[in-house]
Write a protein that binds this ligand. Structure first.
Ligand code: ATP
Ligand code: MG
Length: 561
């Protein structure tokens, strides 16, 4: 869906109203402002689609701004991964910016605030400062340093910058109102001392600006018109505006902060900090583990950019938080892959069939359509021979009328091939079926035009020729968490809900056309689901990930239990 065709959400309405009130369209500018302290997740996708979507709708520039004010948690690896993910989703930023580019400007403005009596250096411990803050119902009280002279504040702040003090010994605070109803306005911290190297500025700085001081001023520097963030910042808006008031020049665009609800996905967590814990504790193989709700994990799992963008468009932008069921995300990837994924055959739990009336040693190449949804996808050939595999659960010795798969004395059609009839089966000592004997109807070949080829039988099974099958590693994924909302339990940590069976590794037997499949290629394994080639693939071994099954097996399972 193009941006212009999407229904307007409440953020669009805010912008429409501003335009109607005379704000010039050419001054619209947006930004997506991730902190590079982890990989982007599906929640961020909503924010990316919102901001870059606005850019497309209004033909306005969108900056990618790294909010990199905390040297302790931020790394270049995350910057690179974030850029890659935004690009992969198909969006183009106007410029890449870093809050750290503004450290000098922010420092100069901080000096200005001190000079105007709007900021002071506080030298108390953080515990004491917290105890003076008051509560939502009681005002805070002024500490002894609130009345420090301007010259002393300047001297101390400059010495803080030069690295003359230990961490925690001083902070710079805005001097606002210790009795303000909004506790964030009770002299918030603007700078703290951190003797840590920054991934971009190295050891140039040992004082680092806080989020609130940085964010609005960065928006102002970049002349962002609408600064969209999640609801937890609603209370910060007053402070955002106060900081802007200190530096605002009325000739310039004044950024406007507006808030929307965070998007949460069921059966997972969307918080970089929590995802980092999964990575660090080895619960997953990395940020791009196909079970992760990260953009990179979804990509490796076989999700397409379209499916993620369509998902984000469907859930839209809301004013209230809620939990979106992951099956909706799965619906969107199924919908997209159904249109574009080539169809192939593979058997994941094989049982052997011998076609007793088919000549030994003979091989026939049968024509198989690549995608019934798309004629232009053409066709390929699959080999047929006397010995084939079908899925174990596609055969029963005896079954009722509703079982449309293979049973003794019953018929099924082999996809793209012949009708076969099961005549007998062989069992091992423990009674498990190990082989099925069938006959085939030589005149029933699909597409051959004979009456038999058009004969309808109830079931059609996928299969592969035993001698031609390629063995591949197939990774089957389940939910990473057993609980719908692992984050919502006060008494229990989200880690307690990890599903121990979220990964199953099996061998699959695939049609030979897949021999040259490359990492990232995706397919529909007919009747089984969508699968993609994992980057762990080597020249010796193909590795596939199951992206999603064909039907919503999870919802069904839930109904049963
Ligand atoms: P996390 O807790 O995962 O680190 P964050 O909000 O700290 O998330 P940022 O890197 O600051 O992550 O986020 C960049 C932008 O993405 C912000 O504008 C933020 O509001 C938005 N965002 C983050 N998580 C979500 C979410 N779950 N749904 C919608 N927007 C989100
Ligand atoms: Mg954050």
């Amino acid at each position: 869906m193009s941006e212009a065709d999407k229904p307007l959400n409440f953020i669009d309405h805010i912008i429409e109203e501003d335009l109607a009130n005379g704000f010039e369209k050419r001054h619209l500018r947006f930004r997506f402002p991730p902190e590079p302290n982890g990989y982007l997740h599906i929640g961020h996708a909503s924010s990316i689609c919102l901001n870059f979507g606005l850019g497309l709708r209004y033909d306005a520039p969108v900056n990618l701004r790294f909010d990199d004010t905390n040297p302790v948690k931020e790394e270049q690896e995350f910057v690179d991964a974030i850029k890659k993910d935004v690009e992969w989703l198909g969006y183009h930023w106007d410029t890449v910016r870093y809050a750290s580019d503004y450290f000098q400007q922010l420092y100069d403005w901080a000096l200005l605030l001190i000079e105007r009596g709007k900021a002071y250096v506080d030298s108390q411990s953080s515990d004491i400062m917290a105890s003076q803050k008051g509560t939502p119902t009681e005002p805070g009280i002024a500490g002894p340093y609130r009345s420090r002279s301007i010259s002393e504040n300047l001297k101390l702040f400059e010495a803080m910058k030069r690295g003359e003090f230990a961490e925690g010994s001083h902070v710079l605070r805005a001097k606002i109102d210790m009795a303000a109803p909004n506790m964030l306005m009770r002299d918030p911290i603007m700078y703290r001392i951190l003797h840590k190297a920054h991934h971009r500025t190295g050891t140039d700085w040992c004082i680092y600006p806080m989020y609130d001081w940085t964010h609005g001023e960065s928006d102002y520097i970049e002349q962002v018109s609408h600064s969209l963030c999640t609801l937890e910042f609603a209370m910060h808006r007053e402070l955002y505006d106060w900081f802007l008031d200190q530096v605002y020049d009325s000739q310039k665009i004044r950024p406007k902060q507006r808030e929307f609800a965070r998007r949460n996905l069921s059966h997972t967590v969307v918080s970089k900090r929590k995802l980092l814990k999964l990575v660090e504790e080895g619960k997953v193989t990395g940020w791009d583990d196909p079970r992760m709700p990260t953009i990179s994990g979804l990509r490796r799992r076989g999700y397409t950019p379209e499916s993620i963008k369509n998902f984000a468009a469907t859930i839209g932008i809301a004013k209230r938080e809620n939990l979106i069921d992951v099956s909706l995300l799965e619906f969107h990837v199924r919908e997209d892959l159904n249109k574009i994924a080539p169809r192939v055959m593979g058997v994941l739990d094989p049982i052997k069939i011998i076609i007793v009336n088919y000549p030994e040693g003979e091989v026939e190449w049968l024509e198989a359509e690549n995608n019934p949804e798309n004629e232009a996808a053409g066709s390929r050939e699959v080999p047929f021979s006397r010995e084939i595999y079908i899925e174990r659960d596609d055969f029963k010795e005896e079954a009722d009328k509703k079982f449309f798969r293979l049973k003794l004395e019953g018929e099924v059609r082999l996809k793209n091939g012949y009708i076969i009839r099961a005549v007998s089966c062989k069992k091992n000592d423990s009674g498990d079926i190990v082989e099925i004997q069938c006959t085939y109807d030589p005149k029933s070949k699909s597409g051959s035009g004979t009456d038999e080829s058009l004969r309808k039988v109830k079931g059609t099974l996928h299969w592969v020729s035993v001698n031609h099958a390629i063995e591949a590693e197939v990774r089957l994924y389940d939910r990473l968490f057993n609980d719908e909302n692992p984050d919502a339990h006060k008494a229990k940590d989200f880690m307690e809900f990890i599903n121990p069976d979220s990964l199953q590794v099996i061998s699959g037997y695939l049609e030979p056309s897949l021999k040259n499949a490359k990492p990232g290629d995706f397919f529909q394994f007919q009747r089984l689901g969508y699968f993609c080639v994992d980057p762990d693939t080597t020249s010796k071994k193909l590795v596939f990930n199951r992206t999603v099954g064909l039907r919503d097996s999870w919802a069904k399972l839930q109904e049963k239990t």
